[in-house]
Design a protein around this ligand. Structure first.
Ligand code: UDP
Length: 239
């Protein structure tokens, strides 16, 4: 079998901010729409793994500012990601899509533990695998986990779905009318210019392991499906 015969396998990163629709808690309309856009790609044979953030509930760094121990706040953040995973799982299952949630913090009643080989088997069987609880470790982010999981389960690329922006720009397009969108961008340029791809530790891990990242806008109708099937939307970050 040549590489081109292999089914496409991708890691979709969805931020908690998207799930919350800008507020604390979940915006079910947004999550339902994302679920509805994931299903057609899976039906076309794309293997879809997902990492969900938790910023719509808690971020450890913010809780620390409010006086909570950083590590404990980070665990609260990780637990928040699991609620998002369950919401996405529910909407996918409502669409008739088989799913599994795997968490980095064991919670047997609600999810499987993270077992990479098992995740790969689920993907091969056409199930969507949703990874929750980040890395299970404080001081990490779900961006870093997206790169790590994509490496461990051999994804072709990482798709970063963004809110309010449809790729990586020279400056914030919501503030600077002259901002231009990159079609392609190198890891080094993104790191040196501190461009809005993902956090720096995650981006360095992607660079060191040459993991391609496509940054795209979640909002446009059909964008999630397009990114999953491999349309060249948004910005491609690579060597
Ligand atoms: N978090 C963590 N370790 C991880 C992943 C997440 O400690 O491996 C915590 C951290 O406090 C983070 C929060 O969970 O702020 C929510 O995750 P993240 O900020 O990455 O979510 P997003 O910004 O994508 O919504």
């Amino acid at each position: 079998m040549t590489d081109s015969d292999k089914p496409r396998r991708v890691l979709l990163k969805l931020s908690g901010e998207a799930f919350g629709g800008g507020k604390v808690g979940i915006d079910t309309h947004v999550i339902r729409r994302i679920a509805e856009e994931i299903v057609p790609a899976v039906r076309q044979g794309v293997q879809v793994a997902i990492v969900v953030g938790g910023g719509n509930f808690f971020r450890g760094a913010e809780l620390q500012q409010a006086g909570i121990d950083r590590s404990r706040g980070d665990y609260m953040g990780m637990l928040g990601t699991v609620m998002n995973c369950l919401a996405l799982q529910d909407f996918l299952e409502q669409e008739g899509q088989a799913t599994r949630v795997q968490t980095a913090i064991t919670m047997g009643q609600v999810a499987e533990p993270y077992i990479p080989l098992k995740a790969i088997r689920h993907l091969e069987k056409g199930r969507v695998v949703i990874f929750g609880a980040g890395a299970g470790m404080p001081y990490f982010s779900t961006d870093t986990v997206s790169i790590q999981r994509s490496l461990e389960i051999h994804c072709d690329e990482v798709l970063m779905g963004k809110n309010g922006v449809d790729g990586v720009y020279t400056a914030d397009p919501n503030k600077d009318a002259n901002a231009k969108r990159f079609e392609t961008l190198s890891y080094n340029r993104a790191l040196v210019d501190n461009l809005a791809v993902m956090d720096a530790s995650a981006l360095s891990m992607a660079r060191d392991n040459k993991k391609r990242i496509r940054v795209f806008g979640l909002e446009g109708a059909g964008n999630v499906t397009r990114a999953l099937v491999g349309d060249e939307i948004g910005t491609l970050v690579s060597t």
